[in-house]
Design a protein around this ligand. Structure first.
Ligand code: PLP
Length: 444
């Protein structure tokens, strides 16, 4: 293998070098255009090269780019925390700023554990999560994740946090059907709590819409209301991982607003700065902060770049841009247009088993047969083939480990919320060509 210096995700793979981006397109150094139908990793929510964000960046850089959080605060960080609290479900959230979604979920986990410690409940330090979940790649976040493939290499080093059934109605892990099931997947949390003992559990973490570990899996009506009610009854904090769903992506500023539930903590990342700078946050409700404010008055976590003024200024500019261009509404309207187009695609291809999602976080799941819903053999690498073929055609879509415990194929389609209908039409045309060609290849 050729000696290089940059560690890339797959070391012997050729990754084109991107020169610039504008709107929903990225352009490489060979002049090839890529329609960014995944917003990178569901991140570039307002598209690339937006002048207002560049202006905000330059303005803040002209003042100060970095201050150390143990010495100073900054105006952008203070304004951003207030703004997020105003936008979040029910308000009254404090923000702990970090640099990635993994740090956000891990910080939320630490704050939840500290909350109980400050109350003298020292045994409450496990975090429950779900099979088919992804909360990040650092060891704490990975311990809370059910993503089989991403955990595999590190299992001996991970905390043994229990997982419960995901709300995956297309292929229910409890072999039930909604609504006759009576939300058995939510009740699975209560069964686990009784088995483990609430006195050992600090929090339960879940994605409002399952992202990378399932592919835009939306829970059934009433699921999160039941989850929150179970958590409250057993004195367990509920952490909503809004890293992928947050900041307008699903047609609400926070996806939890669809279910009318106010989480005790939330994790934000990705869309928060729309990819212009690294920025993420753990959001903490007043009542969770209370014992900490009365007790040690300090949270034992944080990073050198936490609450970076440059990133906070960018994030404020992104939120302003979203409000100015009504992108929450756009995610809803464009999302239903794209969903309808993908459903039409499913009518053409028998192996498209399911099309689902919320707002502009959508996914297509592939099955070898629609009746049995059996996935294609793993060795076929169907998801990778679709991603690669689309890439070759200049279309970016995002892989998801569709199916229970990753045994399935799904691709996420989540373009910037600024995408036009004409661009959606082109996206679907390229995806249709991709699916047709890949299915032809594997059938013969
Ligand atoms: N949580 C969710 C729901 C995610 O989708 C991701 C990333 O895909 C993360 C956490 C981790 O975020 P990051 O990759 O920024 O560390």
């Amino acid at each position: 293998m050729k000696r290089e210096h940059l560690i890339k995700p797959v070391l012997d793979h050729h990754y084109p070098t991107i020169q610039y981006g504008k709107g929903v397109y990225l352009y490489d150094d060979q002049g090839k255009a890529y329609l960014d139908a995944s917003s990178g990793a569901v991140t570039a929510g307002i598209g690339h090269g937006v002048q207002e964000i560049i202006d905000a960046m330059l303005e803040q850089a002209g003042k100060v780019s970095f201050v150390y959080r143990s010495q100073f605060t900054s105006e952008p960080a203070e304004r951003l925390a207030k703004k997020l609290s105003d936008l979040a479900p029910g308000g009254d959230y404090w923000s702990f700023f970090v640099n990635s979604g993994s740090e956000a979920t891990e910080t939320a986990m630490k704050i939840a554990i500290q909350h109980w410690q400050e109350k003298g409940r020292l045994g409450k330090n496990k975090v429950l999560s779900r099979r088919m979940s992804y909360h990040g790649i650092t060891m704490g976040a990975l311990s809370m994740s059910g993503h089989v493939l991403r955990r595999r290499r590190f299992i001996p080093l991970l905390e043994d946090f229990p997982v419960v059934a995901p709300p995956y109605c297309y292929r229910c892990p409890l072999n039930k059907t909604y609504p006759a099931c009576g939300l058995a997947c939510a009740d699975d949390l209560e069964t686990a709590i009784k088995r483990i003992g609430a006195e050992h559990i600090a929090a339960f973490i879940a994605e409002p819409v399952i992202g990378a570990a399932g592919g835009a899996v939306v829970p059934p009506e009433g699921y999160f209301k039941r989850i929150k009610e179970i958590c409250n009854r057993h004195e367990i904090l509920f952490i909503a991982d809004e890293v992928m769903t947050g900041i307008a992506r699903t047609g609400a500023m926070f996806a939890m607003q669809h279910s009318g539930v106010e989480p005790d903590l939330m994790a934000l990342g990705k869309g928060m700065s729309a990819g212009y700078t690294p920025m993420a946050a753990a959001l903490v409700k007043d009542h969770v902060m209370e014992p900490i404010l009365k007790g040690s008055k300090s949270i034992m976590s944080g990073h050198t770049y936490s609450a970076n003024p440059q990133s906070a200024a960018v994030s404020l500019a992104v939120l302003d841009y979203m409000e100015k261009h009504q992108l929450v509404e756009a995610a809803k309207v464009k999302g239903s247009y794209l969903l309808a187009r993908l459903e039409r695609l499913a009518e053409q291809f028998e192996p498209i088993g399911d099309v689902r999602g919320a707002g502009l976080l959508l996914a297509v799941e592939f099955v070898s047969d629609r009746i049995s819903k059996l996935p294609f053999p793993a060795g076929l690498g169907l998801t990778s083939r679709i991603i690669d073929k689309a890439f070759h055609k200049g279309l970016l879509v995002y892989p998801a480990a569709g199916g229970v415990d990753g045994a399935g194929d799904a691709v996420i389609v989540a373009p910037p919320l600024t995408i036009t209908e004409a661009e959606i039409d082109l996206l679907v045309q390229l995806l249709e060509e991709t699916v047709r060609e890949v299915l032809q290849e594997i059938s013969g």
